[in-house]
Design a binder for this molecule. Structure first.
Ligand code: GLN
Length: 205
């Protein structure tokens, strides 16, 4: 059975995620397509959604204005798998603090019971790469690319911690919702996209 994965194309690194998801589908040898989506109508057709990294305040404000925020929230609450990357993970969370400016009052999808610290590793010039591991989902080694990355400062019950770096939580999962502080689409390694696509496939069956 085929499926459609959307990459939210309001702002951020959309193209890179489309390429990674397409490569992952090819490598898995399964039948599925990847499209960029923006409007509530496009989003309502999806079987899975990737929310890319970028600037969470922009993604939040624009998705509120164009009506997609409400549909995304409803779809995720209805069980649609979602992968939120960096700003995408911020959008999924229900409480956000900025390391520098404190509590932010930004629009969020707010469906993930996690507390986020924005810019947790510093500003743009403090961006870095490091080896990380996500053992519980069989990804023992992954190149983590961190760009003004957030970290998860608190998790609600049943939220699985997939990875930590320097004692900070950098990847989480609850049911079909996954969040990462790092950018898998900026590496050649498609294992995290493959993991996500398998979730979409299973939830569609
Ligand atoms: N710091 C950005 C934000 O708060 C996220 C950075 C990123 O997605 N690379 O939205």
């Amino acid at each position: 059975m085929s499926f459609t994965i959307g990459v939210l194309s309001i702002q951020g690194d959309v193209k890179e995620n489309i390429l990674s998801a397409k490569s992952a589908i090819d490598e898995l040898g399964i039948d599925g397509k990847v499209i960029d989506v923006k409007t509530p109508e496009e989003i309502s057709q999806l079987d899975g959604l990737i929310i890319p990294g970028g600037e969470s305040t922009t993604i939040g404000k624009l998705s509120l204005v164009n009506g997609s925020l409400k549909v995304i929230k409803e779809k995720i609450e209805g069980g649609m798998p979602v992968l939120g990357i960096c700003a995408g993970m911020i959008m999924l969370s229900n409480t956000v603090n900025d390391r520098i400016v404190g509590k932010t009052d930004q629009p969020l999808f707010g469906i993930f019971d996690i507390k986020l610290e924005r810019n947790s590793f510093g500003r743009q010039r403090e961006s870095f790469e490091s080896n990380i591991s996500l053992d519980s989902i069989n990804i023992p080694k992954f190149n983590g690319v961190f760009i003004r990355a957030p970290s998860v400062s608190d998790v609600g019950s049943d939220v699985e911690i997939l990875s930590k770096f320097n004692n900070r939580i950098i990847a989480v999962k609850k049911g079909n919702v996954i969040g990462t502080a790092f950018h898998p689409e900026l590496t050649e390694d498609t294992s995290l996209h493959k993991y996500f696509i398998n979730l979409v496939k299973i939830s569609k069956n």
